[in-house]
Ligand binder design. Structure first.
Ligand code: AP5
Ligand code: ZN
Length: 217
């Protein structure tokens, strides 16, 4: 099964992708994570992407496609993929169609996470993750059982993203509406789109997602 999660920053793409990964054995492919990995490793792609990401703008299709293709060459993706944060432009959507058809595959479902912009600034500004295992938390909506200690791995180092401040979130929301939201119609026209209410609580969103993915596997 190959899935796309569409939605603005803070919609819960990463949170839900990790749950689907565990529940269905799929592989989460987050272009945001791949790009942050490239920045941390200091690769050519990372050097080009760093400042763009800090401003909250979209990285060029060429760079994003390069990091994605690199990841798609690893064998574990054969289990099925959850694309989290990709595609984000019409050009990326077209390139994805080509990439998959070259592998004899296709997109089975596109899930659009519908949310209100105003709530997203709060969600993203309150977010932090475990430095060791990447588990996501939130100051208000998802705290670990023991403050400062990861529920999943016991790690005690938490980190926040450089682009998770209110001003940059607004720029990211603008980029979403200008370049990414049109993909909702693109996939709806193919009959591949399901929209879910992602303003609901995390567990309620999870239940909606699991029902959709469960029918495909
Ligand atoms: P990326 O890393 O993809 O970030 P994003 O799309 O802005 O999405 P986020 O990770 O902020 O949000 P999310 O939807 O995953 O929400 P989460 O589950 O964490 O991209 C970063 C940058 O990289 C871009 O700005 C761009 O520069 C570049 N980039 C990446 N891909 C690119 C591409 N394809 N093309 C070009 N450039 C690209 O949830 C947020 C918080 O809310 C968490 O704390 C969570 O606990 C909480 N939460 C989640 N769900 C709920 C809920 N239902 N109720 C309450 N709280 C909730
Ligand atoms: Zn952890």
């Amino acid at each position: 099964v190959n899935l796309i999660l569409l939605g603005p920053p803070g919609a819960g793409k990463g949170t839900q992708a990790r749950m689907l990964e565990e529940a269905f054995g799929l592989v989460q492919l987050s272009t945001g994570d791949l790009l942050r990995g490239a920045v941390a490793a200091g690769t050519e792609a990372g050097l080009a992407a760093k400042a763009v990401m800090e401003r909250g703008e979209l990285v060029s299709d060429a760079i994003v496609l390069a990091v994605l293709q690199d990841r798609l060459s690893q064998p574990d993706v054969a289990r099925g993929i959850i694309l989290d944060g990709f595609p984000r432009t019409a050009g990326q959507a077209a390139a994805l169609d080509d990439l998959l058809s070259a592998r004899g595959q296709q997109i089975d479902a596109v899930i659009s996470l519908a949310v209100q912009d105003e709530a997203m600034v709060e969600r993203v500004s309150g977010r932090y993750t475990c430095a060791a295992c990447g588990e996501g938390y939130h100051d208000l909506f998802k705290q670990p059982a023991t403050a400062g200690t990861c529920d999943k791995c016991g790690g005690t180092q938490m980190k926040r993203r450089a682009d998770d401040n209110a001003e940059t979130v607004r720029t990211r929301l603008k980029a979403y509406h200008a370049d990414t939201a049109p993909l909702i119609d693109y996939y709806a026209a193919r009959g591949a789109l399901t929209e879910i209410d992602a303003m609901a609580e995390i567990d309620a969103v999870r239940t909606q997602m699991a029902a959709i993915v469960g029918k495909l596997t």
